[in-house]
Design a protein around this ligand. Structure first.
Ligand code: ADP
Ligand code: ZN
Length: 721
């Protein structure tokens, strides 16, 4: 009899066996619908020897109901799912779910009806209709998607269809993307760049696993160089995945890609329209999507014929996913390269210590681009000691920085002020009674946002309108902002230079691709004099007139208990410094700090990257931290504080006693209350030799917890909030 073992997409269930009816064809990777009790479940046919489970006798097997009209998940992806689940102590079902991330795509191809504007204006223009028409300019989608997009009801749009303002278009779900032309506009590379590009092209042709660390200063042409490898993969008819750390960077990348290859790449991220995701997913699986650019979730897509992976800004912490399956896309990308037998390029100007170590150990091949392309030189970096250069009361920009901005304004050049804090002020309190605004769901202060006139929690999204009086004592006009956020710095610039055109750049102000594109256009055309931004502006942008970068508070990133705090500060400041002087005009960077002697700041000021990495390496080795030892966290949470504490204590008591592994805690997490859940954490520090994952599984698997308790395992944790 024809049997099949399924990986069922429900983390609570183990593997299940079914019978395959004669009229259905199933092979490993096939996505099928199967009966489960009175319900139906989605499952992936798996090699039974790789998915051990209890054998069910033939007679008791139920037949599967259907095989979905999509290609089977390829073997390398199945191996990746197994590896990810194993390494990150996650359920295979949860990992597999990330591969099947468009449920619409699984239903197959065919045609659907979408709608678009005709250009005809309605005879009766209500405010809602007016809003819909301006929101839907250039858009096409189903009524439901367009209603979401425009923020109006479906009825409004149906009215517009009846009035001839919108028209239906029948589209083929599986229509191909226009092909990229590998020779569209190839640049002339410098000798240095050519050497690197040739190495990548050779690796793409070799069709073998080859991990590279592309270590090149900002502006050295890393992108131009790896584009040559992308071109080669396209010529070979193979697919390419480019992972970017943030959606916000995609816009800029799309433009560059299009000017190099003639068409934009296929985009994949979470805020896309469902119909776009469906098309992208299906083209990825059928091999029609040549180059996919996306955030970390693009990593688990079922590429038919992957030939190259690029991880740009590979050091970025946003490649680490901190909920659901806690994985690091940078590391998983390398594993995918191994299973697919293809090259993987990790590109960065400030590689993670872990990546440098892998290169040193000979696991990754390191290729360098040590100087900027063309006439551009690296910027001059100077420190502003805030203990000597004191900003006026209630202000944050010290005299040298103000003078620097003034000079740029006079010369018609741009300045960028970097402060990694959204909003106006991180804390608001009442001058009369001392009341502080706190989030009801998190142990965190509410952050004032003046642009939107709201107080917001940056952890759970809780928001209230900014009050006019204190909710505690009732006093009016008594609320004071404490400390600066980017909005407040922009205010300060406006007070000092009333004629300067400023732009605040954060995830609040650049919340969609249109706003990002508008900002890039404005900055490139010289319509902005001073950009004030968070880490969102530290990477990717190339503004030729930008010649001054001011780091408003270099000490900010060094606070907090994150074990990579120093490295992250270094990377962030080096990245933002890299925005200055990218064209022919030289750049200058001013770093405001109270600790000019801290190793991070001293290394930045001296332009001595090696000194920083050497000091950081020593510190890590001493602490048994990665890459010399390993960390893991067990996170216990519950809506009930006592329940969470008790579960955490039980885990602590059950901790294994081993020579190569130490357990710390449980301790309340720094944000002990997050999104309404109380959290405790145990930290595990292990030698490299320890069987970390196996130990954790054997430790936690036999334990039982109250139903409201959630246990999460974080292997190689990053953020300790
Ligand atoms: P990185 O990714 O290392 O920061 P980029 O690839 O963004 O560097 O290159 C920096 C700037 O220099 C970009 O505007 C890029 O187009 C330009 N550039 C780099 N190499 C070349 C080249 N060989 N020919 C023309 N322009 C180049
Ligand atoms: Zn909150």
């Amino acid at each position: 009899m024809n049997r099949v073992r399924l990986l069922v997409l429900n983390a609570a269930l183990g593997p299940l066996d079914y019978r395959v009816p004669d009229d259905l064809h199933v092979e490993p990777g096939s996505i099928v619908v199967a009966p489960l009790g009175p319900r139906q479940v989605l499952g992936i046919a798996w090699e039974s020897e790789r998915l051990p489970g209890a054998e069910v006798p033939d007679a008791r097997l139920r037949p599967i109901l259907d095989v979905l009209p999509v290609p089977p998940l390829p073997a390398p992806l199945r191996r990746l799912i197994e590896w990810t689940a194993e390494y990150y102590c996650a359920a295979m079902a949860s990992v597999a779910r990330m591969s099947l991330s468009s449920s619409a795509a699984l239903r197959g191809g065919g045609t659907i009806t979408e709608y678009r504007l005709t250009g005809v204006m309605p005879s009766r223009l209500t405010p809602q209709r007016d809003a819909a028409i301006s929101a839907l300019d250039g858009e096409q989608g189903t009524i439901r998607e367009l209603a979401d997009l425009a923020g109006v009801s479906e009825a409004v749009l149906r009215g517009l269809v009846n009035a001839g303002v919108m028209e239906p278009v029948v589209v083929d779900i599986d229509r191909a993307y226009p092909p990229a032309d590998p020779n569209h506009a190839a640049p002339t590379l410098s000798d240095l760049q050519t050497g690197v590009a040739d190495r990548f092209v050779e690796a793409v042709k070799a069709r073998k696993f080859a991990p590279f660390l592309l270590d090149g200063v900002t502006g050295s042409g890393k992108t131009e160089t790896y584009f040559e490898a992308v071109a080669e993969a396209i010529r070979m008819g193979r697919q390419v995945l480019v992972l970017l750390p943030e959606i916000a960077l995609t816009e800029n990348f799309l433009k560059r890609f299009e000017s190099r290859f003639g068409v934009p790449p296929v985009v994949w991220h979470s805020s896309q329209k469902q119909s776009e995701r469906r098309r992208a997913w299906r083209q990825v699986a059928e091999g029609g999507a040549q180059v996919v650019v996306g955030a970390r979730s693009a990593l688990f897509l079922p590429y038919a014929n992957l030939g190259l992976i690029i991880v740009d800004e590979a050091h970025e912490v946003s490649f680490k996913q901190d909920d659901g399956v806690r994985y690091n896309a940078r590391d998983v990308a390398v594993m995918r390269g191994r299973f697919e037998q293809i090259p993987v390029v990790l590109a960065s100007a400030t590689p993670a210590l872990e990546s440098l170590q892998m290169a040193e150990a000979g696991v990754y091949e390191k290729v360098d681009l040590p100087s900027r392309f063309g006439e551009a030189s690296l910027p001059e970096i100077a420190v502003v000691d805030l203990r000597e250069q004191v900003p006026p009361r209630g202000r944050w920009l010290a005299p040298p920085l103000v003078a620097g901005i003034e000079e740029r304004l006079a010369r018609g050049e741009q300045s960028l002020l970097f402060l990694n804090r959204r909003g106006y002020a991180p804390l608001t309190l009442c001058r009369n009674c001392g009341f502080r605004f706190q989030c009801p769901n998190c142990s965190a202060w509410l952050v004032e946002h003046r642009l939107s006139k709201r107080l917001a929690c940056h952890h759970c999204g809780h928001e209230v309108p900014s009050p006019s009086q204190c909710p505690e004592c009732g006093e009016a006009d008594c609320l004071t902002a404490c400390g600066p956020g980017v909005e407040r710095i922009a205010d300060e610039v406006a007070q000092i230079f009333p004629d300067a055109r400023t732009a605040v750049v954060t995830s609040d102000t650049l919340s969609n691709p249109e706003k990002i594109a508008a900002f890039v256009d404005a900055a490139e055309s010289g319509a902005i004099d001073v950009i004030v931004g968070t880490q969102l502006v530290t990477k990717g942008y190339h503004f030729p007139e930008l010649t001054l970068v001011g780091v408003v508070d270099a000490d900010l990133g060094l606070e907090g208990g994150d074990l990579r705090a120093a490295e992250r500060s270094y990377q962030q400041i080096a990245q933002v410094a890299g925005r200055a002087g990218r064209a022919s005009k030289p750049g200058e960077v001013l770093i405001q700090t109270r600790h000019p002697d801290a190793p991070v700041i001293a290394a930045l000021a001296a332009g001595d990257r090696d000194a920083f990495y050497a000091a950081e390496t020593d510190a890590r080795r001493h602490a048994g931290a990665p890459p010399f030892g390993r960390w893991a966290a067990i996170i216990v949470s519950s809506e009930d504080e006592a329940e969470a504490r008790e579960a955490a204590q039980n885990i602590g008591r059950a901790a294994p006693r081993l020579d190569d592994l130490a357990v710390f805690g449980p301790a309340p997490a720094p944000l002990s209350l997050l999104r309404g859940r109380y959290r405790y954490r145990l930290l595990i520090n292990a030698r490299r030799s320890a069987a970390l994952q196996q130990t954790i599984r054997e430790w936690l698997d036999p334990m039982e917890f109250a139903p409201g308790v959630r246990i999460g395992v974080d292997i190689d944790p990053y953020s300790f909030v």
